[in-house]
Design a protein around this ligand. Structure first.
Ligand SMILES: [Zn+2]
Ligand SMILES: [Zn+2]
Length: 780
């Protein structure tokens, strides 16, 4: 069994790749803490758990179960593979067992919600593996047939489902589900940190609708959540479910000692836009390391963002292995979404038995994987949050659950962007900082309106029900009534239309969707958000869908469809847009010591895609620029902005001619860094910077939420603005390029072709803006 040091030698290529290593963090072993079985656990439930190899409980499992038995809503936020599910299974299965004595054998039911199908499938097979007599578990998702549904309504006592099905099917048709709902004793929200941003706001409102209906049928369920480590788990879970809860955060499971490596690939000259250097990609880097680990006999998994990336790592590793020892080539595989549970079981089993030594996986699968006890985890690019990072790294460390004996190593390979650059140069921001908050805003009126209408259709809305949606819901109900969607009667507010209210709201996207249709065959190959379609699926665009390349023939906005033809073009396309921003309302302003002012409020963004560029695939050489005629899109959202008076620009030594490049570069880098503070993606936010803005009369940098009404990201950024800008300045400073590259100030989504950008002026500007600000000491 390798030690962490031996693994580090292999990862570093025995010196050959040492120049990439920016930091090594040693993580000490964690000792086990056990606790007695709570007396309330049903003897049959205890027996099956003991037989499954759990003679005793870790302290967090017992603590969570104890809260649940006491009737308290609870969230368990402990590490990967710490056995969180026992915390919610012991109380919920005990309640099902006691319910078997009811006249019809179904005195208690449990609703389990998973964010992905893969996770629900895994949970179901784990439940079936327990062989608990009387447990009737079933999956209710989009694939369930009419007969399945019928059986679930009549017989199931443990239903594994998802928020989408609740929203579109169970809640609108609740009367048919009443036998199940009436007996519900536990609602389980697994991997609840997944519910963030706009999706999180929607799910929070779906849960309010669910809990209201359960109450209507006389059920008073305990709501249990499981989450990776997040900041303030009790607060965010309470916000998600709309009720107070307990949090269990002390992990009692053991973990062996390990080492975490931060890794920055070398810069290769001239590959980027405007001749900028670009870093070697994570795929090549991960394949090199994986090859050496396999040769050394270490069991490893490499996580990357895309399916194509996972396949490419597996292919490349196979080719590298063939040069060393052809016998090793079958010992690496790709593992990605779209596999059936049985296929995934086979890969998992092969990895456990050692027949497979290396697996390349999409990080979308991090939730549904039942793999732990590996020697090494390679993480190709910052996975978005510390929660995800630890979730992935937690797959390493052999111990079989009971004894901490197998040391492990994990590697984070930086992608070519400002956030990854910052993180590999600031290990404190990964290892010593509190985990990020799970940001979502159930109060967003754009999200709330649809759920209030759906709730009114389910049951008349009473004043009390409206209050449970939040403080501003009442005003919204009045507006919806004025517009004729709702009618007030003595029993409450009613839905007035014929169509289904829930059909008006899609909980996975914020606006309309465009269908992607193959021109020749009329086959529907997928959908894309209308907002993204303008920039990515305009006529003439090269569109990549699930790893396949298409050329867009036509974008029909009225027909909500884009027509595509499969192709293999040797060029890429990049849309150019014109964005205009107007301040609708300033909610607050703070003047900083440096003289700049920070503002937060509502803005109107008008965005028009006006042309696109075709560039040669390999050289990135500009081939042509072609105009487009697309309507402007209007977005009412929330933003944070800084106004920069003349004297600040002077102090920073920025000439009038350099102001546009300075504010633009600072805006790009700040957008790239915001996900460090709020759990968002850089694609969830947008920016506008200008040397003189019509509403402020000054140089201004705006950063706005890219979704109608805002998802809370800009607000969260505003609340942490000094730390955010500090990290932005440090990311720019840490980058070794001369005049800007994707690792610092270039943006992959710039509508202006990354021009003008002035890296040095941006850094000087940020430093000047922050001068006089007392920040917490840097974490290193
Ligand atoms: Zn750079
Ligand atoms: Zn830009």
């Amino acid at each position: 069994m390798p030690t962490a040091d031996a693994l580090l030698d292999v990862i570093g290529g025995f010196g050959a790749r040492e120049d990439r290593i920016r930091h090594i963090r040693r993580l000490p072993a964690r000792a086990a803490r056990t606790a007695p079985w709570p007396a309330e656990v049903h003897p049959e439930v205890r027996r099956v758990f003991e037989e499954a190899g759990m003679p005793q409980l870790w302290s967090h499992q017992a603590q969570a179960a104890g809260h649940a038995f006491g009737g308290r809503h609870t969230v368990i936020a402990t590490g990967t593979a710490s056995g969180k599910s026992a915390g919610f299974l012991l109380p919920s299965l005990s309640s099902i067992m006691r319910g078997l004595d009811a006249p019809d054998g179904r005195g208690a039911t449990v609703l389990y919600l998973a964010p992905t199908k893969a996770l629900a499938a895994d949970q179901l097979s784990a439940l079936e593996g327990l062989r608990l007599r009387g447990l009737r578990a079933a999956r209710l998702d989009g694939d369930a047939s009419q007969e399945d549904r019928e059986w679930i309504r009549k017989h199931a006592n443990y239903v594994l489902t998802n928020p989408d099905i609740l929203h579109s099917s169970v809640l609108p048709g609740h009367a048919r589900w009443s036998a199940l709902l009436r007996r519900c004793t536990h609602v389980i929200v697994d991997e609840c940190h997944h519910y963030r941003g706009m999706f999180g706001s929607h799910v929070a409102l779906v849960l309010r609708r669910l809990l209201r209906l359960l109450g209507h049928y006389g059920a008073t369920p305990v709501v249990l959540g499981a989450s990776a480590t997040i900041a303030e788990p009790a607060e965010s879970f309470s916000r998600l479910i709309g009720a107070d809860c307990e949090a269990v955060t002390e992990d009692g499971s053991p973990r062996p000692a390990g080492a975490f490596v931060l890794w920055e690939p070398p810069q290769l000259p001239g590959l980027g836009e405007h001749g900028a250097p670009a870093r070697r990609g994570v795929i090549g880097e991960a394949a090199s390391a994986l090859t050496d680990l396999i040769c050394a006999g270490a069991r490893s998994i490499a996580f990357v963002r895309s399916r194509g990336g996972a396949e490419a790592i597996a292919d490349m590793t196979r080719r590298l292995l063939a040069d060393v020892d052809a016998d090793l080539t079958p010992r690496v595989a790709a593992y990605r979404g779209g596999y059936l549970p049985e296929e995934r079981r086979l890969v998992e089993e092969a990895l456990r038995s050692g027949r497979l030594l290396g697996v390349a996986s999409t990080n979308a699968l991090e939730l549904g994987i039942d793999i732990s006890g590996l020697d090494t985890v390679i993480i190709g690019g910052w996975p978005g949050t510390r929660a995800s990072l630890w979730q992935q790294a937690g797959r390493a460390g052999r111990g079989g659950g009971r004894a901490a004996d197998g040391e492990w190593a994990a590697v984070l390979i930086a992608r070519d962007d400002p956030l990854d650059t910052y993180l590999v140069h600031h290990p404190g921001a990964i290892f010593d900082a509190p985990v990020e908050a799970c940001v979502f805003d159930p109060g967003n009126p754009h999200v709330q309106a649809g759920h209030l209408l759906a709730a009114a259709e389910e049951l008349p809305l009473t004043e009390e029900a409206i209050a449970s949606f939040g403080p501003h819901a009442r005003i919204l109900v009045d507006t919806l009534t004025e517009r004729g969607f709702l009618r007030r009667r003595p029993a409450g507010w009613f839905w007035t239309k014929r169509e289904r209210a829930s059909a008006l709201t899609s909980i996975r996207s914020s606006g309309g969707t465009i269908r992607l249709v193959e021109s020749d065959t009329g086959t529907l190959i997928g959908t894309v958000d209308e907002a993204a379609a303008h920039a990515q699926a305009h006529a003439g665009a090269v569109y990549v869908h699930q790893g396949r390349t298409y050329l867009v023939d036509e974008l029909d906005l009225d027909g909500k469809a884009a027509l595509l033809t499969r192709g293999y073009p040797d060029f890429t396309t990049q849309a150019r847009n014109v964005t205009d921003i107007r301040i609708a309302r300033t909610e607050w302003t703070r003047r900083w010591d440096s003289g700049v002012s920070l503002h937060f409020g509502a803005v109107e963004v008008s965005d028009q895609v006006v042309s696109f560029q075709r560039r040669q695939l390999v050289s990135n050489q500009l081939l042509s620029e072609e105009p487009l005629e697309l309507p402007a899109r209007e977005l009412l959202t929330r933003a944070v902005w800084w106004t920069l008076p003349e004297h600040v620009l002077e102090t920073a030594g920025i000439d009038a001619a350099d102001v546009p490049g300075a504010v633009h570069a600072a805006e790009h880098a700040a957008i790239g860094i915001l996900p460090l503070f709020a759990t968002c993606d850089r694609w969830d936010i947008g920016g506008v910077s200008t040397a003189r803005h019509a509403d402020t009369g000054q140089a201004t940098i705006f950063i706005y939420d890219g979704h109608p009404g805002g998802a809370g990201f800009a607000e969260h950024g505003a609340g942490h603005a000094p730390q955010w800008l500090q990290a932005t300045a440090e990311a720019i400073e840490a980058c070794e390029c001369v005049s800007g590259c994707p690792s610092c100030v270039q943006s992959p989504k710039c509508g202006n072709g990354n021009e003008p950008l002035d890296k040095d002026a941006a850094l000087a500007l940020l430093r000047t803006m922050l001068s006089g600000h007392r920040l917490p000491p840097p974490q290193q």
